[in-house]
Structures are given as C-alpha cells and as structure tokens.
Design a protein around this ligand. Structure first.
Ligand SMILES: Nc1ncnc2c1ncn2[C@@H]1O[C@H](COP(=O)(O)OP(=O)(O)OP(=O)(O)O)[C@@H](O)[C@H]1O
Length: 258
C-alpha cells in the first residue's frame, strides 16, 4: 500500500521548471530514494512534499489525503517528519530541549495551560520528557542530553535532529541528504540507524542523497530524475544499469559514480 503518492507534480520558478510532471509513490514500510544529478530538482520536489514550497500543479497524497495546500506544521501533525540538509538546531539549547521543542505538534495544552499549569499539562510535560529521552536513547546520545547542542561534534548534532524528527512520532520520515558531512564510520552507522528506524519503529523512509554507496545499499526502490523529470525507477540493480541514468550521470562519475 502506498503511504505517499505523487501525481504529475510540477513546480516552476518563473521560467525554470524545477519539477516537471513527476509521478511516483512510496510504499508503506519501504526505504525509497530520490536521486539525480546536481540541479535535477530533488530538493524542490522534497520541499513540495513537506509544504515548504507550493507546487504549481499536480497532487500529493499522504495516507490518501491531499497535502498540496497544507503548511509544513500541519503536514508534520499528520505524521510526515523531515530532517534538513543544513542542520536547524537551537544551538543554545540543550540536546533534550531541542528534541522536546519538536513535540508541540503532539500536545493538546493551549496557552491557558501554559499559564496555569494544570495537572493535564504537567502530565503532558512528563510524557514529552519520556518520549524525548527514549528517542535520544534510540539514536545513541541519551548520555549527552544535558549538553548544549552547539558543543556536540557534527555527527552527534545530526543525531539530535534525527531524535527530534522521531519524537514527532511520524509515519513517514523524509531525510534530506543525511550522509552529507559524515565520515566513513558515521555513514555505516547511519545506514544501520535508517534500517532500525524502519524495522523497529515501522516508519517508512524516503530520502534524497548524493552518496551512491549508501543509496544503492539501503534503497528498495530508487526514483531517478533529471531536469525535473523522472527518467528511471526501480531497484538499485535496475537503475544503475539503465542507459538513461548512466547518460544523466556521465561526466560526473568521479564524484557520483552510479
Ligand atoms: N528558489 C528558487 N528560485 C529559482 N530557481 C530555483 C530555486 N530553487 C531551485 N531552483 C532551480 O530549480 C532547479 C532544481 O534545483 P534543486 O535545488 O531542486 O535541484 P537538486 O536536485 O536538489 O540539486 P542539488 O543536488 O545540487 O542539491 C535548478 O535549476 C535550480 O537552479
């Protein structure tokens, strides 16, 4: 069953068609990737899915409901979370506070509850605290929960962002270049973590990524785009032997060999 369906999605910036009549789906509990050469339209498509860009036309269905006109926070509330290519942590907050900050979409206390701390609000705070700690434990940095986020090494800061996304209790997790800036060991750990998120938490994974080793190893389905259009779709083996894909990547083999 598809958890996400993208139908004829098009995004234009003035004269530039960044996403061009793109259609694909993401099956529930799968690991699916979107790849393509630089400027192919991956980030633009990603931003349409998560409500950061308004698509020019087409349809995006998440769990059979249209998210085309929805704002990012409303899409998160529905169960679609994302991480960013450039980290967006609150650098002066602790690790735990950063994770808890992402969870307001799962609370019911209004402004009144924040002023007069009702038993209901105290209960919610306790729950938020527990879930945040459990997510930090899952990504392996619970022992750093009281550290200031800006003092952590880059790899750990990425884990904070992952924990924050997981704490929103998503059904679908979108990862924007998760391997960027990671060393070899960290990339291996990242692959294991992506698999654990899917297998243990039953969360569907959709990612865009330049690191072909990672993409080819973990993806069950790969969608390839070039100039905003889909040029191939299939398993790693199918995609890497596809002449259109090879052609799209020609000349870039040194950095992005398929
Ligand atoms: N805000 C914008 N305004 C105008 N044009 C844009 C904007 N964002 C992207 N584009 C253009 O849309 C096209 C697709 O860009 P996009 O960043 O989505 O590609 P990408 O596949 O994510 O590239 P990369 O792999 O380099 O991150 C490019 O031609 C780009 O110049």
């Amino acid at each position: 069953m598809a958890i996400l369906e993208v139908k004829n999605l098009t995004l234009r910036f003035g004269g530039v068609t960044a996403v061009d009549d793109l259609s694909f789906d993401v099956q529930e509990h799968s690991i699916t990737s979107l790849i393509g050469p630089n400027g192919a339209g991956k980030t633009s498509a990603f931003n349409c899915l998560t409500g950061f860009y308004k698509a020019t036309s087409g349809e995006i269905l998440f769990q059979d409901k249209s998210v085309m006109r929805m704002k990012p926070h409303a899409i998160t509330e529905m169960g679609m979370a994302r991480t960013f290519q450039n980290l967006r942590l609150f650098k002066n907050m602790t690790v735990l506070e950063n994770v808890m900050s992402g969870m307001h979409c799962r609370t019911t206390s209004g402004i009144g509850g924040a002023v007069v701390r009702s038993p209901h609000q105290r209960g919610e705070e306790k729950k938020i605290h527990e879930v945040a700690e459990e997510c930090l434990d899952f990504v392996g940095i619970l022992n750093k929960k009281d550290r200031c986020a800006r003092n952590l090494p880059y790899g750990d800061q990425r884990r904070v962002e992952w924990a924050r996304a997981l704490a929103t209790q998503p059904k679908l997790l979108l990862l924007d270049e998760p391997a960027a800036g990671l060393n070899h060991d960290e990339k291996q750990q990242l692959m294991a973590l992506i698999r654990r998120i899917r297998d243990e938490r039953k969360i569907t994974i959709f990612l865009i990524e330049h690191n072909m080793e990672l993409i080819m190893k973990i993806s069950e389905k790969i969608v390839v785009i070039d100039y905003g259009k889909k040029i191939a779709e299939g398993t790693a083996d199918e995609v890497k032997n596809n002449p259109r894909v090879i052609e799209a990547y020609l000349g870039k083999e040194d950095e992005e060999a398929v």
